[in-house]
Design a protein around this ligand. Structure first.
Ligand SMILES: C[S@@+](CC[C@H](N)C(=O)[O-])C[C@H]1O[C@@H](n2cnc3c(N)ncnc32)[C@H](O)[C@@H]1O
Length: 208
């Protein structure tokens, strides 16, 4: 058994038949745009359902693929809001179109802006914060996210493995990801684990 076999197997286990999600996956492949894959998407959906999350703040939403999985979870939890936040107007517009076609826009609010600043200035607490922005910003984002999560809320951080680069000492982006991971795992406010799905998903619950 090797890493690729396991990852392919995890992908095969997720059999969604949503044509818009499939179109988004094809667009990501065609344009080489880094979305989470369907195994991570379904994992986010499952976690948000288990925690009965009604408010999600996404940091780095792209054209809305991960947003779609969170919005489906919020919808199926009885309603709420997912904040789609990205600094690129075109991506925000693309996301509006995809999510509208999925009937999910009643559950999504769109903000074009820098994600850490937007989180700092947006009022309220969140049941889940999903972190997928530029990797150098992860430590700063974790510090802000900790303050804005409800107790019992979830912090989910993508790219926790950086395709193995976290095991080296050269890549400043990987060093920042490792620092953010340590901040979460060594903080008694969180109970955390790293799920080795795709590029590694750090999942933490704020317990105090
Ligand atoms: C990895 S992609 C997001 C993919 C998305 N989470 C998904 O799986 O569908 C990250 C996106 O966030 C944008 N981004 C990176 N850092 C950001 C920041 N600090 N604030 C807002 N957007 C950011 C990038 O330009 C890119 O469009």
């Amino acid at each position: 058994m090797n890493w690729h076999q396991v990852q392919n197997y995890l992908l095969q286990l997720v059999q969604h038949d949503d044509p818009v999600l499939t179109e988004m996956e094809a667009l990501a492949r065609k344009t080489n745009f880094p979305i989470v894959d369907r195994a991570v998407g379904q994992c986010c959906y499952l976690l948000a359902r288990l925690a009965k999350v009604r408010s999600v703040f996404e940091m780095g939403s792209g054209f809305g693929y991960s947003t779609a999985w969170f919005a489906m979870a919020v919808r199926d939890n009885g309603g709420g809001v997912v904040h789609h936040v990205v600094w690129d107007e075109k991506l925000s517009q693309q996301a509006r179109e995809f999510l509208d076609r999925m009937g999910l826009t009643p559950f999504v609010r769109f903000t074009v802006g820098e994600a850490v600043t937007t989180l700092r200035t947006m009022p309220g607490q969140f049941g889940c914060i999903f972190l997928d922005i530029d990797k150098e910003q992860y430590p700063e984002a974790v510090a802000v996210a900790k303050e804005r999560l409800t107790v019992g809320g979830l912090l989910i951080m993508d790219n926790a493995l950086m395709h193995g680069e976290i095991f080296g000492d050269r890549n400043p982006r990987a060093i920042a990801v490792r620092k953010a991971t340590e901040m979460v795992c060594q903080d008694p406010s969180f109970v955390a684990t790293l799920l080795p799905i795709r590029d590694g998903l750090l999942v933490a619950m704020k317990v105090q």
